[in-house]
Design a protein around this ligand. Structure first.
Ligand SMILES: NC(=O)c1ccc[n+]([C@@H]2O[C@H](COP(=O)([O-])OP(=O)(O)OC[C@H]3O[C@@H](n4cnc5c(N)ncnc54)[C@H](O)[C@@H]3O)[C@@H](O)[C@H]2O)c1
Length: 385
C-alpha cells in the first residue's frame, strides 16, 4: 500500500515510517520540522541526540535497502504544498500525526494557544480537502487523543454513544470534555472529520490515543541514527519519561496533586501496530470510525510507585513529592474507557512491565549528564490569573 505519514520526523511518525516500510509498504513522510523549532523556542531538547530527517532516511536505506520518500513543507499553512504532495504520491492511506502535541504548550499564552489550534485544525482541514481533490477513496488514519473525552462520570465508549431521549433513540458522537486548548484542537478535528465522512463520504479512522511510552522499536534498534526522541521536560515529556529521569538524577518524582488522576497508556510498539491494523482494515466510505487506542489504565501514583520500585532494584533511592497541581483537572474521578476494537482487529498489547521501566532507566542513565532537572518542574499553569 502507498502510505503517507504526516509528521514523519516526530516521536511516533519516524518509527511508524520505518515499521511500515519494513513490512513492504511504499512509504513517504512529510514534515516541516516545526517541533524542533518549538523545542528550541522554549529551551528544551530531547534526552538523546536525534539526527536530521535526511540522515535518518539515508541510514534507513543503508540498513534496510528500503526507500522512504520525503516531502518537506507545512501542511497547515501551505495547502498548495499539500495538494502537490497528494498528487505526486497518490497515497492509498494517510497517517496524520502532524500536530502540536502538548497540552502545556497550548496553555502557555494566547500565542501558543492560537498556534496550536491553527496548526492542528487547519492542517487537518487541508488534508481533508487534499483527499477530496486527489482521491476521495483515500483512507485517513488520524491521531486524536483520549484526552478529548476528559473524565466523565460515566463509561467512555469508542467514539459514539447510543442515547434515548424523550422516547426517541439516536447515535451521537460521544460528548467531549477536554482538559486543554490542545485537546480542544483534537475535538475540533474530530468534528470536522465526522462532517467530511457524513457529507463527502470520506473514509476516516480517528485514533483516540492514550499516553505513549517507550523508546525502542525493532527498527529504531537497528542503528543509533534511527532512534526516536525521548522528551522528559514538563512541556513535551510525558509522565513516565519525567519520573524516570527524576529517578536517575536523584530528585523527587513530581506528582501533580493527589496523583489519583487515571489515564490510558500504551507502548510505542502498540501505537505502530494499531496504525498498521487501521490501515490494513480501512473504514468504509462515509464511515467516521473511532478506536480508543490504549492498552491499560494507570493512575499517576501507580506509575510513580512502579518507577520507585524498579529504581530501588538498581540501587537508586527515590522519593515521591506531591506538588500543587498546575492543571485544572479532577483528581479523584471515575474512569472506565472501552478499548476493545483494536484488540478485536488483532492487537496483542505490550503492557508496562518492570523490564520496560528498567530499560528506560538504563537509557536515562546513559544520558545522565544531559538531564536538566529544572526543565521537569512544571512552568505552565492552567489558570492565567
Ligand atoms: N506521544 C503521545 O503520547 C501521544 C498521545 C496521544 C496522541 N498523540 C498524537 O499523536 C501525534 C504524534 O505525536 P508525537 O508525540 O509523535 O508528536 P511529535 O511532535 O513528536 O510529532 C509531530 C510531528 O509533526 C510535525 N508537524 C507539526 N505540525 C506540522 C505542520 N503544520 N506541517 C508539517 N509537519 C508538522 C512536527 O514537526 C513533528 O515532527 C500528534 O498528533 C499527537 O497529538 C501523541
Amino acid at each position: 500500500m502507498r502510505i503517507l505519514i504526516l509528521g514523519g520526523d516526530g516521536y511516533l511518525g519516524w518509527p511508524t515510517a520505518m515499521y511500515l516500510s519494513e513490512r513492504g509498504h511504499e512509504v513517504a513522510v512529510a514534515d516541516n520540522m516545526i517541533k524542533r523549532f518549538w523545542e528550541a523556542s522554549i529551551g528544551v531538547e530531547p534526552l538523546n541526540h536525534i539526527r536530521s530527517l535526511n540522515v535518518r532516511v539515508k541510514r534507513w536505506r543503508e540498513v534496510s535497502g528500503k526507500e522512504i520518500k520525503t516531502y518537506i513543507g507545512d501542511i497547515a499553512h501551505n495547502h498548495r504544498f499539500v495538494y502537490k504532495m497528494f498528487e505526486d504520491f497518490r497515497p492509498e492511506a494517510v497517517v496524520h500525526y502532524a500536530e502540536q502535541p502538548s497540552a502545556p504548550y497550548s496553555m502557555m499564552n494566547r500565542t501558543t494557544c492560537a498556534d496550536t489550534q491553527m496548526n492542528n485544525v487547519l492542517g487537518t482541514l487541508n488534508v481533508m480537502f487534499a483527499i477530496q481533490h486527489t482521491d476521495p477513496d483515500t483512507h485517513l488514519v488520524k491521531l486524536g487523543t483520549m484526552g478529548e473525552y476528559g473524565t466523565p462520570n460515566i463509561d467512555i465508549e469508542e467514539g459514539w454513544l447510543d442515547v434515548e431521549h424523550n422516547g426517541r433513540k439516536d447515535r451521537v458522537l460521544y460528548p467531549k470534555k477536554p482538559h486543554s486548548f490542545y485537546h480542544l484542537s483534537k475535538v475540533h478535528d474530530s468534528n470536522n472529520l465526522a462532517f467530511a465522512s457524513r457529507v463527502w463520504g470520506q473514509r476516516v479512522t480517528d485514533l483516540n490515543q492514550g499516553v505513549v511510552y517507550g523508546i525502542d522499536t525493532d527498527e529504531t534498534r537497528r542503528h543509533e541514527d534511527l532512534q526516536t526522541s525521548f522528551h522528559y521536560d514538563s512541556v513535551f515529556g510525558t509522565v513516565l519519561n519525567r519520573f524516570v529521569t527524576q529517578a536517575v538524577v536523584g530528585v523527587p518524582l513530581t506528582v501533580y496533586g493527589s496523583g489519583s488522576q487515571t489515564r490510558g497508556y500504551l507502548n510505542i510498539r502498540d501505537t505502530l501496530r494499531c496504525v498498521e491494523l487501521a490501515a490494513d482494515n480501512p473504514a468504509e466510505r462515509g464511515e467516521f470510525r473511532v478506536f480508543n487506542q490504549f492498552t491499560e489504565q494507570l493512575s499517576i501514583m501507580q506509575i510513580a510507585e512502579r518507577v520507585k520500585g524498579v529504581a530501588a532494584v538498581r540501587g537508586l533511592a527515590v522519593t515521591i513529592d506531591h506538588i500543587e497541581n498546575p492543571r485544572v483537572e479532577q483528581e479523584d474521578h471515575y474512569y472506565n474507557a472501552k478499548h476493545s476494537k483494536l484488540q478485536q482487529l488483532g492487537l496483542e498489547p505490550h503492557l508496562l512491565t518492570d523490564a520496560v521501566i528498567d530499560h528506560m532507566l538504563e537509557v536515562a542513565l546513559t544520558h545522565r549528564d544531559r538531564i536538566d532537572p529544572d526543565v521537569i518542574q512544571p512552568a505552565v499553569k492552567w489558570k492565567q490569573r
